[in-house]
Structure formats: C-alpha cells, structure tokens
Ligand binder design. Structure first.
Ligand code: HT9
Ligand code: FE2
Length: 438
C-alpha cells in the first residue's frame, strides 16, 4: 500500500511505503515488541561530508524539499569548510560501530553491525542491499538519535521504509527499530561524569582568577539540545504525556510536567544528570536550544543558547557582575559532530568570551563504555536475552514502536503529514511494562 505524501515542496512529493514492523502481529499493544532472533544490526545515522566537494551535495540532501533558504545553506557550508569540508560524524560512527562490535562479541553475541546514513555515503538503501546480499533477513536498527521528534525517530522509520522500497526488498526482510534511549542509564551516566569534571575544571579556573564562588562568582549550567519547530515538538506526543507516564511509573514529573514531549524528555534527563552530580547542588541551570534553521516566521523552540547567555549576563545573576561562568552540557547529542564542535565550541564559546564568562563544554557519550554497553543492553532486550527495560527519570522505558501519529511531521500550513496505514497501525503504547531505576 502506498500513499503520496505532501511535502512543503509539492514538486518533491515522495511515496512512503509501509514500514515493515509497525502493524506486525508480534506487537503486543503495549509499546513493547516480542523478542526476535535478529541476525544483524543496522547502525543508522545522519551522515556527513568527507571533503570540500561533498559539502553542498550533502547539504542539498539534508534539506531536500524542506525549503531551507540558500543563504542558510551557504552559512552552514562555512562550518564544514572551516573543518576541511569534513564532518566529524562519520569517524565517530565508525568508532561507535567498532565499539558495538567489540561489546557484542565480548558478550558472545554473534550479530554483525552494518552502518548506513540518511544523508551521505554509505546510504541506508545501499547498506540494506548489502545486508540482504549477505543473507540477513531480520534486522534491528539502532539510530544515533536519543530523543523523540520527527528527525530523531519517525524519519528513521521512513528512511527504512523508503530503503526497502527503493531496493525492491520490501516483503523480503523484517526491519525493526530499537527504542529511543534518552533516559537509558547508559546515555545519562556519561553526561553526569562530564558535568562533574566540567564543574571541577571551571571552578579551578575561576578560583585562580579570583572569580570563584568564594568571591561571589556564580556558575550556571546550560543543558543544550537541537532546536526544532515548536509544532514538531508538540507532535512528538501529547502535552500531558509526562504526567500520565510518570503516574504509571510512580515517579514525579518534575520540570518535565506540562512541557511538549521533546522538551519534557530533555528536562527529565537534565534532572537525572543533576541528581548524579553532588557538585552541581545549588547551581542554577536551564534548558537551552541551538542550531535553529528554517524561515524566521516559523516558531522554533527557544531560548537560543547565545540569547540565553546574554540574558543571564544582563539579568539578576549578571547584574552585579556575579555570573562568572557557564558549563554547557550537550545532552541532546550522541557524539561531538558538527552541531557540537561548531555551534557550541565555536559560536557559543565566542558569545561567552564576549560576555566575559568562563566556558566549559562537557563531552557527549561518543564511545563511552556505559553508552556502548547501554545500547547493547537494548539490543539484548529485543533479542529476549535480557530481563527488564532500564530507564531513569519519570517516563520509564520508551516505546519499541511509536504510538499512532507520534513524531509526525507538521507541515508549514499546520497540517500533519499523513502517514501510511502501517505507521498508523492500531497500536496503543504505554510505559507500564518498563522498569524504572534511580
Ligand atoms: C533534532 C535534531 C538533531 C538531533 C538528533 C540527531 O542527532 O539526529 C539533529 C542532528 C544533526 N543535524 C545535523 C546537520 C544538519 N541539520 C540540519 C537541519 C535540521 N536539523 C533538525 C533537527 C535535528 N538535527 C531540523 C528540524 C532541521 C531543519 C529541517 C531539516 O532539514 O530537517 C541541517 C540543514 C542546514 C541547517 O542547519 O539549517 C544540517 C546540515 C547533523 C550532522 C552534523 C555533522 O555533520 O557533523 C546532526 C547529527
Ligand atoms: Fe540537524
């Protein structure tokens, strides 16, 4: 079954085939899939250019049909150009693939890991074809995106569905996607470790300069994630979801209560990171957004990290010159790719310097052993070789399969892009079957 889908640019209409698993008989109506004997893993990522000649073709792939203005493309191109036209993301994915292979093999799990991208070579369809040629038929996709929104979740399922169609492999392979892991302890722990170290370093630097807390110098922790259109954030899930899911796990929604699901997940993770870092006690913090693109009249999540630093420096904390430094925790990102090394390490750092603030950016999970081991735990959940579905914070383990309409793409005219009946399968997710730790 195929439906023609509206994109903002009608000329770019694409056909979305059904995505193999969404209406499968093994879906138990509770967001948890029955274990399966997968025979390979697809590490799915964003992809990035490998040289100057790749930059513009890559950016055109990323923005295909989305109406990103040319000036914005040129501006983003300079971020890559400054780095020799190379995004750090591919090297990071090769390292993650190797780390996953090592962890799987140390647990005696014989599953090969393949790597495919949405926007650059190796593309997901060519990788899928290779997997098929190598005899694999039951594939579990692990994506390098932790949270729930169109770009991080549903779009990967669309990528998988379109790849099955374009390769002609539809119906010959079983292709499932692992759950979003923003609140898996293996994802949260590396950030906590990084925040503890970042606070220690910035305190030493400020103390040496006579601007430490003992002299009234204040610190602020900025948890940074990718901005998305507010409409997409709302579409990640219904607004009272935090309270509803938290009620089921018996936890308090905290800061997450009442926020859109995308922001709520980040607020919940920020609180979980803080709860693991005693050194952060009493330090003020906020969730900020970065890397906005798109037309200026379309509302995206705010505040932008640079505006937030200016407001902080000019506000109550800064008025008496008390704000001395910021520690930026890039909790929205899996690795130190271009959005991190440019938008944070270059732009946000420069803003901090202009404002006279000390600046520390803490690490992303990358190939941290807790993160790699956490991803393999999730693979084992799906293989049925591991009991329980670990999660910290108030939500519980996220759905193995999205709820109907979850993470849909909101069009510029405000309508939700229709999905295939397979994606819209009559399923009702709940976090009830998950375990909550910490
Ligand atoms: C939520 C989210 C994540 C985090 C989750 C995840 O990690 O998946 C993420 C990651 C990334 N975003 C990346 C790069 C880009 N994102 C763009 C554009 C956009 N991102 C969006 C959202 C996200 N993006 C959105 C709503 C847009 C506009 C509309 C669109 O086009 O969908 C553009 C276009 C130009 C511009 O910035 O305007 C580029 C070049 C790279 C690669 C970096 C590298 O090369 O190292 C990575 C990992
Ligand atoms: Fe992006």
């Amino acid at each position: 079954m195929t439906e023609t889908v509206n994109t903002p640019n009608a000329a770019d209409s694409v056909e979305f085939p059904p995505i193999a698993d969404q209406a499968g008989p093994d879906y138990d109506r509770f967001g948890v899939m029955e274990p399966k004997a997968y025979d390979a893993i697809l590490l799915a990522s964003f992809g990035g250019p490998e040289g100057q000649d790749d930059v513009i073709p890559f950016l055109r792939n990323v923005t295909k049909g989305r109406g990103i203005p040319d000036e914005r493309l040129e501006e983003v191109a300079t971020h890559y150009r400054a780095n020799g036209g190379v995004s750090p993301i591919n090297a990071q994915n090769r390292a993650l693939k190797a780390a996953l292979e090592a962890e799987l093999s140390s647990r005696g799990i014989e599953l090969p890991v393949y790597w495919g991208n949405r926007n650059w070579d190796p593309y997901i369809p060519q990788t899928l074809q290779q997997m098929h040629d190598d005899g694999h038929r039951r594939v579990l996709t692990v994506a390098t995106s932790a949270y729930s929104c169109y770009s991080s979740c549903r779009q990967y399922r669309e990528d998988m569905g379109m790849a099955l169609r374009s390769t002609g492999l539809e119906g010959t392979m079983d292709l499932d996607k692992a759950r979003q892991y923003f609140n898996h302890p293996g994802f949260v722990e590396p950030f906590a470790e990084g925040l503890a170290a970042g606070l220690k370093e910035i305190r030493e630097e400020l103390a040496a300069a006579g601007k430490g807390e003992e002299n009234g110098g204040k610190l602020h922790i900025l948890f940074a994630t990718h901005s998305i259109p507010t409409a997409d954030a709302e579409a990640a899930g219904p607004r009272p979801l935090a309270a509803e899911l938290c009620e089921r796990t018996g936890a308090q929604p905290g800061e997450a209560n009442g926020a859109d699901v995308y922001s709520a997940q980040h607020l919940d993770v920020a609180e979980q990171i803080l709860a693991r870092v005693p050194e952060a006690e009493g330090v003020e913090w906020s969730l900020v957004y970065q890397s906005r693109s798109g037309a200026p009249h379309v509302p995206w999540l705010e505040p932008d990290i640079n505006d937030a630093m200016e407001d902080l420096a000019q506000g109550e904390a800064g008025a008496d010159g008390a704000l001395a430094g910021v520690v930026v925790v890039p909790l929205g990102f899996v690795s130190d790719h271009m959005e991190v090394v440019w938008d944070l390490d270059t732009e946000a750092k420069e803003t901090a310097e202009e404002l006279g603030l000390a600046f520390r950016r803490t690490p992303t999970p990358g190939t941290h052993p807790s993160f790699v081991s956490g991803l393999v735990d999730i693979v084992e959940e799906r293989l049925g070789t591991r009991e329980g579905r670990a999660a910290v914070g108030c939500f519980g383990a996220w759905y193995d399969v999205c709820r109907p309409n979850c993470c849909s793409k909101v069009m510029r005219d405000g309508t939700v892009r229709p999905t295939t009946s397979a994606v819209d399968a009559d399923v009702k997710g709940t976090a009830a079957a998950s375990t909550v730790e910490g």
